[in-house]
Design a protein. Structure first.
Length: 262
């Protein structure tokens, strides 16, 4: 009986944060660096998704920003920056099964280096690439669809409710695009935010609440924009199928010019 329990798989539990996720993946890879031998013996899960089986040994891994950064940098240096970022995308997807994919993918990356993404037929690499593409596709759309509005304190506020936990990934883009503005991107679905105060990019929790009031000038500009959008529209060329493909309906609530715009 003791031999059964001694060979039981270890379930590394993260706290749900990105740092916690990276630390749990790091602990799992360190416990078993062989990508093939680790299959079925080490796993990663978030607290919300954890359901240890009878023969699994749960091990909580504390979130440590320094350890997470060190692991990310080590993976980037051993493979590529794209491979390291893919772990962030797997966390952003918020699909429980992808935590174990991230563990196996990271182990493969350490084993094969930059060549790992060439193994398209490998089931782990295939799953990692597909999940990453879905998340990066949404990030790409939001770079064009996110709408900021001017607030009375002079800052810009951009509410959004993405499918993936992707506001962290949007922060660097808008920091480079709007370096001289103070802005905040609010994920109203998850109660999270990323903001730039002109000096530092930061993230944190922000409870969902009524949208802060905009300035009178912002309200006027929104009205002018809706009028302009309606005036240039050509009814005969209206293509709702293409419109929904380029601007999925789930984002319309936040688009000023859309029927669901606020």
């Amino acid at each position: 009986m003791s031999s059964i329990f001694s060979s039981s798989p270890t379930l590394f539990l993260a706290d749900g944060s990105l740092d916690g996720f990276l630390c749990a993946v790091a602990a799992a890879v360190e416990a078993c660096p062989d990508p093939e031998a680790g299959a079925g013996r080490v796993m990663v899960a978030g607290d919300r998704d954890a359901a240890p089986g009878l023969f699994e040994t749960p091990l909580r891994v504390p979130a440590d920003p320094d350890r997470a950064t060190a692991f990310f940098d080590r993976l980037r240096d051993h493979a590529t920056a794209a491979v390291a970022r893919r772990l962030i995308h797997l966390w952003s997807a918020e699909v429980p099964a992808l935590a174990e994919v991230a563990r196996a993918y990271a182990a493969l990356a350490f084993h094969h280096g930059p060549r790992v993404d060439q193994f398209h037929a490998h089931p782990i690499v295939h799953q990692a690439l597909l999940a990453s593409q879905r998340v990066t596709g949404e990030i790409h759309r939001l770079k064009g669809l996110l709408r900021f509005r001017a607030l009375a304190d002079g800052s810009l506020y951009g509410p959004v409710a993405p499918d993936a936990n992707s506001v962290v990934c949007l922060g660097g883009h808008f920091q480079a695009r709007l370096p001289n503005e103070r802005w905040l991107i609010h994920d109203t679905r998850r109660g999270l935010a990323v903001w730039w105060d002109g000096r530092c990019l930061d993230t944190g929790e922000l409870a969902a609440a009524a949208a802060p009031p905009v300035t009178a000038a912002e309200a006027a500009i929104q009205e002018w924009w809706r009028g302009y959008y309606a005036a240039i529209a050509i009814p005969e060329r209206r293509n709702p199928v293409l419109q929904r493909r380029c601007m999925p309906r789930r984002y319309w609530r936040w688009l000023i010019e859309s029927p669901g715009g606020e």
